[in-house]
Design a protein around this ligand. Structure first.
Ligand code: ZN
Length: 245
């Protein structure tokens, strides 16, 4: 666990029976940490299976999803979380990379961070700026572990920071708790939008916009979805509306 993030909630939970029960008392407060005002997303697809036809299509669908969603109403609705020093606006997709390599059946968060740092050192992905966010997608059949917890048991995805490196991890939705009856693409759009909005408003978990009882902007509304520009995305908590929007 990163010292900077402590025990702050930073995962997408499995879809469970609690769906739709929004804490009516939720209210995010700003903890003075950094925000990603103009996020620059790089997608990283780890594993040779992403080169195979069906998965390669899924990867390009996810890139198209980011190209659209980063300039959409999903980001506009985050403007209420702008601060005097950071205005939250549209982002861009800075790049993408598919890593043609075998991936173990279990990959730990520390290995994912080391992999991204290796790519940065090698210049294989766009270099870091204050707005950089790296999204790592794992292949089907790979379990991700993080702080002693595992994907499909405790979480469907998460975002975190390692030093100045902001990243989100998207295990393949291999279980019903993470596919939630959706296609893999739709399920990944839900969890990716969740982590995207949280990475923008709370890149250092617990140090941006956070609610001590309910967590980050997406946690309060976990698995409540809507359709935006034809994509299934997660609703996010709005302080102004006092609801998931
Ligand atoms: Zn979350």
């Amino acid at each position: 666990m990163e010292a900077s993030t402590g025990g702050a909630i930073r995962i997408v939970p499995l879809r469970g029976p609690q769906i739709g029960l929004t804490p009516s008392t939720a209210s995010l407060t700003y903890r003075r940490g950094p925000l990603l005002g103009a996020v620059e997303v790089t997608t990283i697809f780890w594993g040779s299976s992403w080169k195979q036809a069906e998965q390669a299509t899924l990867a390009s669908q996810l890139n198209a999803f980011f190209d659209d969603i980063l300039k959409s109403a999903l980001i506009d609705q985050l403007a209420e979380y702008s601060t005097p020093s950071t205005t939250i606006g549209h982002g861009t997709r800075a790049g993408t990379l598919t890593i043609d390599a075998n991936v173990s059946a279990t990959v730990d968060d520390s290995q994912i961070v080391a992999m991204v740092q290796g790519l940065l050192s090698a210049g294989s992905v766009p270099k870091q700026t204050a707005n950089s966010l790296y999204f790592i997608y794992l292949p089907s059949g790979t379990t991700v572990t993080m702080s002693g917890q595992a994907s499909c048991l405790a979480f469907c995805g998460y975002h975190d920071a390692s030093g100045s490196l902001y990243y989100a991890v998207e295990p393949y939705p291999d279980c019903t708790g993470c596919s939630a009856g959706l296609s893999p693409f739709d399920a990944l759009c839900v969890t990716s939008s969740h982590e995207l909005c949280e990475s923008i408003t709370d890149p250092l978990p617990g140090q941006g916009w956070y609610d001590d009882a309910n967590g980050e902007i997406g946690d309060i509304c976990a698995w409540q979805t809507k359709t935006l520009d034809g994509y299934t995305v997660q609703r996010e908590w709005s302080n102004q509306a006092s609801s998931c929007v």
